[in-house]
Design a binder for this molecule. Structure first.
Ligand SMILES: C[S@@+](CC[C@H](N)C(=O)[O-])C[C@H]1O[C@@H](n2cnc3c(N)ncnc32)[C@H](O)[C@@H]1O
Ligand code: SF4
Ligand code: SF4
Ligand code: SF4
Length: 297
């Protein structure tokens, strides 16, 4: 079985306990306007062009079979309407200005990388995390990867936005040991306006996780002026309290990865990270609503 993987991060300390291997699966049903991994949203491999690294050699123009390379002065980009993301120009670029995101891999190929890190899992209390994109959108490929990890005794963690058809989510839920579950916005209309889908499925799946007593950490990507209002944080606290949860991990807005929007010929988000005093004020709103708050690693 095959799926599209856009990165395998080794020795990660940020995606769950201990030392971890994080497998990033490409494709996401949401389009959060602040997403730090815009290349993770499409379900297909994609070309990124980092114009600042272009040395103007013209090799890509000569190689492109579709005439999709556009020259502006001494830099070479591509016409998105014509480019087929075939990757031929990446092979000839001498300066890494061109890069393909996403490659087709089999379960065995992913597990070869995972297995080579396994010595570190038992010593550190670590294991394997599946992220993305939205890992549940990879369907049977994700299930097969989890099964392969569990059969070897590796701890498994899922970093998810929770948008997943409930029957499939239940199947995944039974196999995963720790969930990092995002809560982005509590208002369904606002959730849809921001991300393209409302939060009905998300809250349904989250409710089921709580009911099943699964180990989970709620993560809130905190975006200035977007979801850090007293009203939204209050609604979040009300939902979480009803499920016996009194703590969240906050991911304050960062702009790492925003350079990849230009590399995909997209406009980067117009967002600035919090000033320290603004972040403190937002965190205080969580505490006022009875939620312990930690900044996620
Ligand atoms: C790229 S997502 C992948 C997992 C899944 N799609 C999700 O959204 O939960 C990984 C984490 O990064 C967070 N994130 C994405 N963009 C961010 C940004 N600009 N600042 C802070 N956190 C961000 C997400 O909210 C999520 O918790
Ligand atoms: S990815 Fe293929 S089609 Fe697109 S610019 Fe490069 S060579 Fe041309
Ligand atoms: S091959 Fe790379 S360095 Fe050469 S013109 Fe194209 S993008 Fe620039
Ligand atoms: S759900 Fe996650 S991967 Fe998908 S767009 Fe939002 S932050 Fe990006």
């Amino acid at each position: 079985m095959e799926g599209i993987v856009y990165n395998i991060q080794r020795m990660s300390t940020k995606d769950g306990p201990g030392l971890r291997t994080t497998v990033f699966l490409k494709g996401c049903p949401l389009h959060c306007p602040w997403c730090s991994n815009p290349e993770s949203q499409s379900f297909k491999p994609q070309l990124l062009v980092f114009s600042n690294l272009c040395v103007g050699c013209g090799a890509c123009e000569k190689t492109c079979p579709n005439g999709a390379v556009i020259r502006t002065g001494n830099t070479f980009n591509r016409d998105r309407a014509i480019c087929t993301d075939c990757g031929a120009c990446v092979e000839v670029c001498p300066s890494q200005a061109r890069e393909m995101s996403g490659m087709r891999m089999t379960v065995a190929e992913v597990m070869q990388v995972v297995d080579s890190d396994s010595i570190f899992y038992s010593n550190s209390g670590g294991g394997v995390t599946f992220g993305g994109g939205e890992p549940t959108a990879a369907g049977d490929f994700l299930v097969a990867l989890i099964d392969a990890c569990r059969s070897r005794g590796y701890h498994t963690c899922l970093d998810t936005c929770g948008v997943c058809e409930p029957v499939r989510f239940r199947k995944i839920m039974e196999k995963i040991e720790l969930f990092l579950f995002d809560c982005k916005h509590m208002d369904p209309v606002e959730h849809k306006r921001l991300t393209g889908l409302d939060n009905t499925l998300i809250l349904h799946n989250l409710h089921n996780l709580f009911e099943a007593g699964k180990e989970l950490r709620i993560r809130v990507p905190l975006m200035p002026g977007i979801n850090d209002t007293d009203e939204n944080i209050g609604a979040m606290a009300e939902f979480l309290h009803r499920h016996g949860c009194f703590a969240v991990d906050v991911l304050p807005c960062h702009t790492f990865g925003f350079n990849k929007y230009r590399a995909l010929n997209l406009s980067p988000p117009e967002l600035l990270p919090y000033k320290p005093e603004e972040l403190e004020a937002a965190l205080a709103r969580f505490r006022r609503h009875g939620l312990r708050v930690t900044i996620a690693k």
